[in-house]
Design a protein around this ligand. Structure first.
Ligand code: PLZ
Length: 473
């Protein structure tokens, strides 16, 4: 397996996984042997099949319509990179439940620890009578997140809840109120995080009034703004200085690579310039790594690529292999600014979710999943760039690690082509490949495979994506 992450360092002194030069040496297939469902696509009915259709009908009668459906396919089992539906179709999973099952669905390390924990006790409430698993997860977070300074963590149930708490903590520490976010941001669906999220439909439409004292500034979106990182940072910082007032700002919250916003990778230097501005002005720099964290981008955290050490970092999704868990980790003096009893929640850091996180982190370390994410990037980008040569609507291939996307336009323009993104996604679904769309304009097709996916499965999914593009271009 080579060097451990603790040993390797970036030019900036952060942890940096080895870069696999040679895909053949990576054996992306080896891990798929661990899963008890054959890691192969199998289409045995129309997708959706008759049993899924019947369940969709029951769903319509029982479930509020506001909860949407990307694929009207009901799942019965899953393992690794395969979802098995109620009609017996085996689907290739390029979504990971929106970047959650990075260690593979029902990873054995996660399953066994969850089973052991659930038999011991299911809940006490950490604020009433604590247990070791919670502390162990916080220790792992303090060790793995960027920076060697003293840190503290607190655990919650969902990403949105983590973001809310990060803002609470930053306000308590700075005794300021304003929060700065950026265009195309996604931070959640609760009242405060809706205010922080950029996109109206479907996230905010009709759900106001929203929390106050949230200010939105431009971000770096190289494909659309044509600015380098320094130029984009000047635009954002000037807006903060002139329209908000630097000494009014408690926190700047930003995704190092935007998730729902369309896998927008900022130009080099943008994040570092913002984080330096925050340091100089007493503003808490909060990296929302809920989607990018835990090996997804080929480093433990996306900030590792930027030479940025956030004051506070929010995590969720990939942390616990599918169980609901989220965290806020940050500088000890910032985290401890909230008074005793000021943070918490009945279920935050539930013992079963903590056991899952310990299993998930163990699997990531044992199988060097950051390096596997880099191998996935190499394979996917090579194939998607080849596709771009054949499909003029593919304007950009971007992303890092196993967080890769294509932005689609009307050929010859920069006009977003959301119709094509939707049509290609639908065609892939019909062939048993789960892909997701994203972006403020809905014109981004994004891929979030589990990091343990086999090379064969990934290539097969890419064959189907390519066929769909050629047919619909
Ligand atoms: N911050 C960066 O990506 C969740 C949302 C799916 P929760 N992204 C998926 C949907 O349509 O609801 C996310 C994120 C970033 C915060 C969140 C919120 O995390 O666990 O969904 O609350």
């Amino acid at each position: 397996m080579g060097q451990t992450f603790a040993e390797a360092t970036t030019p900036y002194g952060c942890r940096w996984p080895e870069i696999p030069r040679n895909l053949q040496g990576m054996s992306l297939s080896a891990l798929s042997q661990e899963f008890d469902i054959p890691q192969e696509r199998r289409v045995v009915t129309a997708i959706p099949g008759p049993k899924s259709d019947a369940l969709m009908q029951r769903r319509a009668d029982a479930v509020a319509r506001g909860v949407g459906t990307t694929l009207p396919v009901f799942i019965e089992r899953a393992a690794g990179g395969i979802l098995v539906d109620v009609d017996g179709n085996h689907l290739i999973d390029l979504g990971s439940g929106i970047a959650v099952t990075s260690v593979g669905n029902s990873n054995p390390e996660v399953v066994s620890r969850v089973q052991d924990q659930v038999a011991l006790f299911t809940h006490t409430c950490f604020m009433v009578t604590p247990y070791e698993g919670y502390v162990e997860v916080c220790e792992a977070l303090n060790r793995l997140t960027p920076g060697d300074h003293a840190k503290r963590s607190a655990l919650f149930n969902s990403g949105a809840e983590a973001v809310e708490n990060a803002v609470k903590i930053a306000r308590a520490y700075t005794k300021r109120q304003a929060v700065v976010v950026v265009e195309h941001a996604y931070h959640g669906r609760t009242n405060l995080t809706m205010a922080m999220t950029a996109k109206d439909m479907p996230y905010k439409h009709g759900f106001g009034p929203f929390a106050s004292d949230i200010y939105r500034v431009p971000t770096s979106y190289p494909f659309r703004d044509g600015l380098d990182g320094a130029q984009a940072a000047v635009v954002a910082i000037t807006k903060i200085e002139k329209e908000v007032g630097s000494d009014q700002v408690a926190a700047l919250v930003i995704e190092p690579i935007q998730g729902e916003g369309g896998f927008v990778v900022p130009a080099p230097g943008f994040l570092k310039a913002l984080s330096d501005f925050c340091t100089d002005n007493g503003i808490v720099f909060i990296a929302d790594e809920i989607q990018t964290g835990f090996a997804r981008t080929g480093a433990w955290f996306a900030c590792d690529y930027e030479g940025v050490i956030p004051d506070v970092i929010t995590t969720a999704k990939g942390i616990a292999g599918g169980l609901p868990l989220a965290a806020v980790t940050g500088r000890a003096e910032i985290m401890d600014a909230a008074h005793v009893g000021g943070l918490g929640g009945t279920y935050g850091g539930n013992p079963v979710a903590c056991a899952a996180a310990i299993g998930s982190i163990a699997a990531m370390e044992a199988h060097d999943l950051p390096s596997r994410a880099q191998a996935i990037e190499a394979l996917m980008k090579a194939r998607l760039v080849t596709m771009q040569g054949k499909v003029p609507a593919i304007a950009e291939v971007r992303g890092r690690g196993a967080m890769i996307a294509v932005e689609l336009v009307i050929p010859g323009t920069d006009q977003p082509n959301d119709a094509l993104a939707g049509a290609v996604a639908k065609a892939c679904h019909a062939q048993g490949v789960v892909v997701l769309t994203a972006g403020t304009y809905g014109n981004v097709l994004r891929f979030l495979p589990p990091l343990v996916i086999s090379e064969e499965l990934l290539n097969e999914a890419l064959d189907i994506i390519e066929e769909a593009f050629i047919a619909l271009r």
